[in-house]
Design a protein around this ligand. Structure first.
Ligand SMILES: Cc1cc2nc3c(=O)[nH]c(=O)nc-3n(C[C@H](O)[C@H](O)[C@H](O)COP(=O)(O)OP(=O)(O)OC[C@H]3O[C@@H](n4cnc5c(N)ncnc54)[C@H](O)[C@@H]3O)c2cc1C
Length: 302
């Protein structure tokens, strides 16, 4: 009786150089294929046996047009194949969407971020970039089996949650609308991203929170968005909590009430590492403490 490694069945690898070529290959080998980008998550899933090795692997990594960051009139367009390190360090991302850079900086380790892509992080459904992209109100551009299409990230996450996402579509670009160019005089922007992991580095998140808001000179919110995620739970916008906060000027906001609202609204998961109640409490505490710090630095009292 021989003892040896189990036979590994390798997929047939396809490396198209254009979006159209990728679509044609997929139509040719359907339904036995999977899209791949940096393969950092895929190879881990194959090694752990949590996902089957597909018969055909279509790598999008050679499609150059999907590896760029371009300014459009009203927004920034990030190619889905942009490596996380390049994306986080990109001048336009740093200038216009700083908390996206912050979120990217705490994904895994530099060696992984050199390979991993923003698109792969999003399509994984649980990537740490998602809460930040939710508060920036990002949209996703896809190559579908009938041509190009755009969906709001929130809508796509709903499909993901309901197990209805179409795995035949591939993500081509992430579009983020630019924030107001000339903020009102005396206004103040509050934005933060925080991640709690099981240990300090190189670890999946237990909880992630993101916040983006602008207050006018009177301390009233002129815009406000908050999102939470973490673990293998799907991130979500906290729309009811946002609406509740908007009723108050900053000095009238009760942080203990805020924490209750976050805990009531945030839907998350329990797993062997943390109960959902812990995740809710941690998210609520992060929002309250970060808002308190931001308000103090803006000289509002809460
Ligand atoms: C050690 C380690 C630590 C990690 N730590 C973190 C962490 O802290 N935070 C975090 O968020 N993630 C983490 N990850 C997960 C993973 O590295 C990231 O989510 C990464 O961004 C995935 O990108 P990728 O290009 O490697 O995706 P891939 O592995 O190539 O693909 C991931 C999934 O997305 C699909 N896919 C990829 N690109 C496309 C596309 N353009 N269109 C359609 N489908 C597509 C693939 O079919 C696959 O299902 C970690 C992974 C490892 C191995």
């Amino acid at each position: 009786m021989g003892i040896g490694p189990e036979r590994i069945v390798y997929p047939e690898l396809w490396q198209p150089e254009s979006i159209e070529e990728a679509r044609k290959i997929a139509d040719h080998v359907a339904p036995h294929y999977q899209w791949a980008a940096g393969t950092t998550l895929l190879r881990t899933q194959w090694e752990m046996g949590t996902a089957p090795v597909p018969k055909h692997l279509i790598s999008l990594a050679e499609i150059r047009e999907l590896n760029a960051c371009t300014a459009e009139e009203e927004g920034l367009c990030i190619g889905a194949l942009m490596r996380l390190n390049a994306c986080g360090a990109h001048e336009r991302v740093l200038t216009h969407f700083p908390i996206l850079s912050q979120a990217i900086d705490v994904i895994s380790a530099p060696s992984i971020r050199n390979l991993a892509t923003l698109g792969g992080n999003i399509v994984s459904g649980v990537g740490d970039s998602i809460p930040v992209l939710l508060v920036y109100e990002a949209s996703l551009r896809w190559m579908t089996d009938t041509g190009l299409a755009e969906t709001k990230l929130t809508d796509w996450l709903e499909e993901w949650r309901g197990g209805q996402r179409n795995a035949d579509h591939f993500l081509t670009e992430i579009w983020i609308p630019l924030l107001e160019q000339k903020p009102e005089e005396g206004s103040h922007t509050v934005s933060f991203f925080r991640k709690i992991g099981r240990r300090e580095a190189f670890t999946p998140a237990l909880v992630t929170v993101a916040f983006q808001g602008t207050m006018n000179a009177q301390g009233e919110w002129s815009s406000l968005a908050m999102a939470a995620g973490g673990g293998s739970g799907t991130a979500m916008r906290l729309l009811e909590t946002e609406q509740w906060i908007r009723q108050f000027s900053v000095s009238g906001l009760s942080l203990s009430e805020l924490m209750k609202h976050v805990q009531d609204e945030f839907v998350t998961i329990s797993d062997p590492f943390a109960a959902d109640s812990y995740r809710k409490q941690a998210a609520a505490g992060l929002f309250a403490s970060e808002l308190w710090k931001s308000m103090r630095s803006a000289r509002y009292s809460v």
